[in-house]
Ligand binder design. Structure first.
Ligand code: AMP
Length: 190
C-alpha cells in the first residue's frame, strides 16, 4: 500500500513514518531527506538546492519528482511506500499519480497530521534555545510553516476530492499518534 503523510515541519511525520516502515515493511520516501543527502554528499544538485532550502522555499517540482521516480522501483518499495514531505504541489501530486498508475499502483491513504501551529512554533523555539541554535532556525521554521499553510491549501483538496484523506491528532503523545495511524492503515495493510 502507498500512503502519504501530510503535515507541517516538526509535526512528527518522520518519526511516525519510521514506525510504520518497521511494522509493515513500507519504505519511507522523504524528499527532504533525499535533498539533505545531496547536500551532505556535496553534489552539484545539492549545491543548487541548498539556498532555496535554507530560505524555507520549495525546490522545483522536476527535482523532487525525479528523485521519487528514481526510488519507486527499488526493491525496498515492493510492499509500498510512505511519502513524507511529498507531494507539496498539485503538479507533484499529479506526477505521483501518473507514476503509480504506470505501475498498476495508487495512493491508498493520505494521513493528515493536525497540529496547533502556535504550539508547534513554541516547541521549535524552545528546542532552538535549549540546543543553543541560532534564531535562523526559528525564522526558517516560521517560513516553512507559512509555506505549509499555503501548499496544503493546494494539495489537500486534490486528495479530498478523491476521498483519500484521513486526519489524526498530531498533538497527542507519539504512541497515541501511532495508534491513530495504525487504526487507519492496519485494515488495509494486513
Ligand atoms: P522537509 O524535511 O520535508 O521539511 O524538507 C526540507 C526542505 O526541502 C523544504 O523546506 C523544501 O525546501 C525542500 N523540499 C522537500 N520536499 C519538497 C517537495 N516535495 N517539494 C519542494 N520542495 C521540497
Amino acid at each position: 500500500m502507498n500512503i502519504i503523510f501530510f503535515g507541517p515541519p516538526a509535526a512528527g511525520k518522520g518519526t511516525q513514518a519510521k514506525i510504520l516502515q518497521d511494522k509493515y515493511g513500507l519504505q519511507q520516501l522523504s524528499t527532504g531527506d533525499m535533498l539533505r543527502e545531496e547536500i551532505a554528499n556535496a553534489t552539484p544538485l545539492g549545491a543548487k538546492m541548498k539556498a532555496l532550502m535554507d530560505d524555507g522555499q520549495l525546490v522545483p517540482d522536476s527535482v523532487v519528482v525525479e528523485m521519487i521516480a528514481g526510488r519507486i522501483d527499488s526493491s525496498d518499495c515492493a510492499k509500498g511506500a510512505i511519502f513524507d514531505g511529498f507531494p507539496r504541489t498539485q503538479a507533484q501530486a499529479q506526477a505521483l499519480d501518473e507514476m503509480l498508475a504506470e505501475r498498476g499502483k495508487k495512493i491508498d491513504r493520505v494521513i493528515e497530521l493536525i497540529v496547533d501551529f502556535d504550539a508547534l512554533s513554541a516547541r521549535v523555539e524552545k528546542r532552538a534555545a535549549e540546543e543553543g541554535r541560532s534564531d535562523d532556525n526559528v525564522t526558517t521554521f516560521k517560513k516553512r510553516l507559512d509555506q505549509y499553510k499555503s501548499y496544503s491549501k493546494e494539495v489537500l483538496p486534490y486528495y479530498r476530492d478523491k476521498d483519500l484523506t484521513q486526519s489524526v491528532d498530531g498533538m497527542a503523545d507519539i504512541d497515541d499518534v501511532t495508534a491513530q495511524i495504525l487504526a487507519i492503515v492496519s485494515p488495509k495493510a494486513v
